[in-house]
Design a protein around this ligand. Structure first.
Ligand SMILES: Nc1ncnc2c1ncn2[C@@H]1O[C@H](COP(=O)(O)OP(=O)(O)OP(=O)(O)O)[C@@H](O)[C@H]1O
Length: 228
């Protein structure tokens, strides 16, 4: 499903962010990625959605080697893999509905298909009643739920999230985790980088800990393992 084979990534300034990572994540898994600030979590996640390209190694998503993928084919990857960010990245002048529909229109859906799919994902994140609102009219937790809805509207097999609860208070953070659990229960693989010790320790999912760009720990029902 997701496979990294001896992946290395250094940045232009010479920083080695990922140092020879080999890992396999099976379909339907829920995986937390933890580690100190600067350990390489974001880079690890960015490599999965091809925001960054490795210097060496293979990254295979759903049978496709994304390291050799042409730039023009990257939009196809977005249909296999949804992305959720810490800062939501919603378009401020578009309504909730339009923000989600925008992701679909890119791949030429009919208006009827768009409406059906957008309302389905809004139902899943319990925000159907706010379809006409602008992002600025929503709470942080609601905005993150919209961005999750957007990430799954193309029905990807994988969702990756980089610190999705980082801007939220604990109550909203738990609300977001419930949404990810529901998505995972529907069979979608979830990979999430997080600093949220409470959540990781309570959920008892697979935990991959990164230290100095390497996998220091990979536990099936793991915990956070250090003081945040
Ligand atoms: N665009 C970049 N250019 C140069 N160096 C970078 C870049 N992005 C990250 N780095 C460096 O790579 C290393 C790993 O960074 P990364 O953002 O992956 O860590 P992280 O574990 O996600 O940190 P945090 O928890 O603070 O978000 C750090 O030393 C960082 O300074």
């Amino acid at each position: 499903m997701i496979e990294m084979q001896d992946v290395w990534k250094s940045y232009a300034n010479g920083v080695m962010a990922v140092n020879g990572i080999t890992v396999k994540i099976e379909k339907g898994e829920f995986v937390y990625v933890v580690g100190q600030s600067g350990s390489g979590k974001s880079t690890f996640i960015k490599l999965m959605y091809r925001e960054e390209v490795p210097n060496r190694g293979k990254i295979i998503i759903d049978g496709t080697d994304i390291t050799t993928m042409k730039n023009k084919d990257v939009p196809f990857l977005r249909r296999k893999l949804g992305v959720v960010f810490q800062d939501f990245k919603l378009l401020p002048k578009l309504t909730v509905y339009e923000n989600i529909a925008f992701a679909l229109e890119v791949i030429e859906e009919t208006p009827r298909q768009i409406r059906k799919k957008v309302m389905e994902v809004l139902d899943l994140v319990k925000l159907k009643h706010k379809a006409r609102f602008l992002p600025s009219e929503l709470s942080g937790g609601e905005q993150q739920r919209v961005s999750i809805a957007r990430s799954i509207v193309n029905n990807p097999s994988v969702v990756v999230a980089d610190e999705p609860t980082g801007n939220l208070d604990p109550e909203n953070a738990w609300g977001i985790m419930e949404v990810f659990e529901r998505i995972n229960d529907n069979g979608t693989t979830v990979v999430m980088a997080t600093h949220n010790k409470d959540i990781v320790d309570r959920m008892k999912k697979r935990v991959i800990a990164i230290e100095s760009g390497m996998i220091a720990r990979d536990d099936k029902r793991g915990d956070f393992g250090y003081e945040g």
